[in-house]
Design a binder for this molecule. Structure first.
Ligand SMILES: [Fe+2]
Length: 339
């Protein structure tokens, strides 16, 4: 079955948080800027063109939804005519635009948006060119970051969900939004129908236009969070590698005073290859800084990885820990404290 539409990007995430002042302070330290704050809603932006990249609603801690971008208004209407999605509504947040909403099989909200205008005060922020060995891009230009400067976030990049049925979730996102798998993590031989699927990284199908290795990442809720489906983490793309490390330094300095928690980082992932750094907010909702991830077009097929044998078909394709960086604490990564 052809998907109803093929989403072309992700736009923002929506979290529910008990105290918006605490959340705002965390996100400022994390590298965002306040766009709008009322008693019930907080909107935060990065340095990119999107008017906001994280929306927070006051209430009991919960992951409410992620927003995907449709290619056209027609696509929004096509989705809204399907059984799962709501009528198209006008958005009242900065940048305007339109939305249709659904719940995925895990009860996680999905918004698909179109027509949100870029923020009027956007000025393109370009990273410094990088000199790497014989790949010389910066001559007669000094690289300087003011000491203590906050890390620069470009965009909301992807999110992780602890799922009660990864295959059902992938099928739903494929049918509605054209999402395709990049890597599947199997607890054993993927050729054996009894082998449990422990995780899946999935991306947008943009044809021959490259897409991030993953826009969604599912892990097994039974394994991670005692069978409770919900947030594993939200992830934001940084301007460059320096911003990941500057963010790490600032959050390390603030963590005792503001109750932040380093979950895992800095390191470089296997699946997706990003340089990553995961931090828990005071509400334990994990936020990731990442940069330099893999981009794949739709000609690359899914890679089945046997997590027991650690063979993904490529040398060094270990699905667990990082290519470099501190070890993961498998007992706490994405546990139910952040749901
Ligand atoms: Fe991530």
């Amino acid at each position: 079955m052809d998907p109803i539409i093929k989403a072309v990007d992700v736009q923002y995430c929506t979290l529910q948080c008990p105290d918006l002042n605490v959340q705002e302070q965390f996100l400022i330290h994390f590298g965002m800027h306040t766009v709008e704050k009322t008693d019930n809603m907080l909107l935060m932006r990065g340095e990119g063109p999107q008017p906001f990249i994280e929306k927070c609603i006051k209430g009991e801690k919960k992951f409410l939804s992620a927003s995907f971008l449709a290619a056209s208004m027609d696509d929004l209407h096509k989705l809204s005519e399907s059984e799962s999605f709501s009528e198209v509504e006008e958005l009242t947040t900065p940048g305007g635009g339109f939305v249709t909403r659904a719940m995925d099989p895990d009860g996680i909200g999905v918004e698909v948006v179109y027509g949100i205008e870029n923020r009027p005060d956007y000025n393109e922020v370009a990273p410094y060119p990088t000199n790497e060995g014989t790949n010389v891009n910066r001559v007669n230009q000094i690289k300087r970051y003011p000491k203590g400067s906050y890390p620069k976030i470009i965009r909301f990049a992807h999110y992780g969900i602890n799922s009660n049925n990864i295959s059902a979730a992938l099928e739903w996102y494929n049918n509605h939004l054209g999402i395709i798998p990049s890597d599947k993590l199997w607890f054993g031989d993927s050729g054996d129908s009894n082998t449990p699927l422990m995780g899946c990284f999935a991306r947008l199908d943009r044809g021959l236009t490259p897409a991030d290795h993953h826009s969604i990442f599912w892990l097994d809720a039974n394994n991670q969070s005692e069978g409770i489906a919900g947030l594993n983490h939200v992830s934001f793309e940084m301007l460059n590698i320096d911003d990941v490390f500057m963010g790490h330094e600032i959050l390390q300095q603030k963590k005792d005073e503001f109750d932040y928690e380093l979950e895992w980082g800095v390191g470089r992932h296997y699946q997706g290859s990003q340089i990553f750094d995961y931090w828990r907010s005071p509400f334990k909702q994990t936020h990731e800084h990442q940069t330099d991830g893999d981009l794949l077009d739709n000609t690359i097929s899914c890679n089945d990885i046997n997590m027991i044998e650690n063979t993904g078909g490529m040398p060094g394709d270990d699905p667990g820990p990082s290519q470099w960086g501190p070890p993961i604490n498998l007992g706490t990564f994405g546990d139910k404290r952040g749901i």
